[in-house]
Design a protein around this ligand. Structure first.
Ligand code: HEM
Length: 186
């Protein structure tokens, strides 16, 4: 039997879960069905009982260079800090044009022209994040990435500013589905 990948996480929306979903907005493309709560679990989703589930694996970095990595590691915080009562899950799909580019062309758009890491770094350590990749799972997924963030209530506006900045970039022109799910932990 194949062994379970320990980097697999599932996002399970339904009636129960630690996070209360306060808003779910389709920024581009199809929305996700409305649900009251979200649980984030290690491993595959349960077989039944959810409104929707998404799965993805954490992975190695694709784009960051050494200098950026040093800056990220020096500044970033882990998810789950007690004051981080506010969260966002933003699943994203990029179009076929993006996936048809070479790694180097994607890096140029992602960083040299869109400054994704440079923009994001300004918001650390207030915003903690984890990126999950979905394209290489055995079962085809409806998104390419699931992004997860948590932050203190006082940093909610900063998170909105960060998203506004990223959404004006060249990188975002390649996104053909994005759902912005906001949540709070009681
Ligand atoms: C909190 C500040 C943020 C920082 C420091 C940051 C940093 C990064 C870095 C370094 C990568 C590339 C990892 C690699 O080399 O493979 C990345 C990828 C990504 N980030 Fe962010 N990010 C931030 C916020 C956001 C936000 C708000 C979004 C919006 C949903 C987002 C969406 C993504 C996506 C979709 C990818 C994957 C891109 C791809 O591989 O094509 N990030 N981020």
């Amino acid at each position: 039997m194949l062994q379970q990948n320990t980097r697999l996480f599932s996002f399970v929306a339904g009636k129960s879960g630690r996070w209360q979903i306060t808003q779910s907005t389709a920024v581009v493309g199809e929305p996700l069905p409305p649900a009251a709560r979200l649980e984030i679990i290690e491993g595959p989703p349960p077989a039944a009982g959810s409104v929707w589930t998404l799965s993805g694996v954490t992975s190695n970095e694709r784009y960051v260079n050494r200098e950026e990595k040093i800056q990220l590691v020096g500044k970033q915080a882990s998810l789950g800090r007690p004051q981080a009562t506010h969260g966002a899950v933003i699943p994203i799909r990029k179009n076929a044009r993006w996936w048809g580019l070479t790694q180097q062309e994607r890096r140029e758009i992602f960083e040299e022209r869109s400054h994704h890491t440079a923009i994001g770094l300004k918001y650390l350590p207030a915003i903690a994040r984890r990126l999950h990749h979905c394209r290489d799972l055995a079962i085809p997924q409806s998104f390419d990435f699931i992004t997860l963030f948590d932050f203190a209530k006082a940093d909610s506006n900063a998170f909105d500013d960060l998203l506004a900045a990223l959404r004006t970039t060249e990188e975002w022109k390649y996104i053909d589905r994005e759902v912005d799910i906001r949540m709070i932990k009681e």
